[in-house]
Design a protein around this ligand. Structure first.
Ligand code: ATP
Ligand code: MG
Length: 273
């Protein structure tokens, strides 16, 4: 049995985690859109890496993005964060259209991200990595409140290693430092590209709590990519599934888990690897 079919058979164990809430703290804002992506497309050498993708994430919502290798997930994040310029489509952040292909503009607007390949200052301490991000982004926050570094460290369970050099930490801890550094930009939306990669089961379970704490404490929208389906199913309120550059299915975790197209397209291919 492949991994998704297996997941579909087994009820998710919610007991270790706070139940996911679809509400952000604070009244009307709970229903507000943090980010709205409409019709984004990007071709490389004539082939679509991302084709006509539309998705949205509300304030205080965790949205999962899954799909097999090469589906276009990272390319989509690169388009949203301004690393790549789309061929067509728009991104609205808190109602304002972002200038395409400008990472500075996206950061100023309130998008922060982590990378699939960890990019830390390895010789700086954990705290210094966060401080550097906070200082260098100070003109890039568009008036948003500066988050307290100790609070960020606590949310990511990094306090005990704050004075250690980032490069000396195990891989899973470095991934959490990357998230902490993204939060130093006081973002409206956080994009996490495979945050649970290389984590053991215990670490990825703890990460679920951290991501939900970020959402609840800072009211961010969070879009998270991962191949760890148990992690994604538990952390996300809604999930989009990409295949060959397109969104093929979106819905609640239990809907996605039981969707025939997802089982066939995503995990059929993975199971044959
Ligand atoms: N800079 C680039 N130039 C040319 N092709 C690219 C470039 N970046 C991505 N691609 C291609 O676009 C497609 C989507 O790649 P992408 O990295 O977005 O997939 P992904 O869903 O993130 O995959 P993975 O799960 O392996 O990280 C792939 O076919 C990839 O080879
Ligand atoms: Mg990727």
């Amino acid at each position: 049995m492949n991994a998704l079919a297996d997941l579909a058979e087994r009820p998710v164990d919610w007991t270790d985690h706070a139940m996911v809430s679809s509400k952000a703290p604070g009244g009307d804002e709970a229903e507000a859109e943090a980010i709205v992506i409409e019709g984004l497309s990007k071709k490389f050498g004539g082939v679509y890496a991302v084709q006509n993708v539309s998705l949205h994430c509300r304030v205080g919502e965790v949205v999962g993005l899954i799909g097999p290798n090469g589906a276009g997930k990272t390319t989509l994040m690169n388009l949203i964060s301004g690393v790549l310029t789309p061929d067509s489509g728009t991104v609205h952040l808190s109602g304002k259209q972002l200038k395409a292909g400008s990472p500075e503009n996206c950061a100023r607007g309130g998008i922060a991200r982590t990378f699939q390949n960890i990019r830390l200052f390895k010789r700086l301490t954990v705290r210094q990595n966060i401080e550097v991000a906070q200082v260098t982004s100070k003109n890039n926050r568009d008036g948003r409140k500066v988050h307290d570094i100790d609070e960020i460290l606590s949310l990511l369970d990094l306090h005990s290693m704050a004075e250690l050099k980032a490069g000396t930490l195990p891989y899973g801890h470095q991934r959490r430092v990357e998230i902490a550094r993204a939060l130093a930009l006081s973002p409206h939306v956080v994009l996490l590209d495979e945050p649970a990669a290389g984590m053991n089961e215990q670490e990825s379970k703890a990460l679920i709590g951290s991501v939900q704490a970020i959402r609840d404490r800072f009211g961010c929208g969070v879009i998270v990519i991962d191949h760890d389906l148990r992690f994604i199913m538990e952390v996300s309120e809604r999930i989009y599934v990409m295949h060959l550059g397109e969104v093929i299915v979106s819905g609640l975790p239990h809907e996605v888990r039981h969707d025939e197209r997802v089982i066939e397209v995503y995990l059929g291919r993975k199971a044959s690897n």
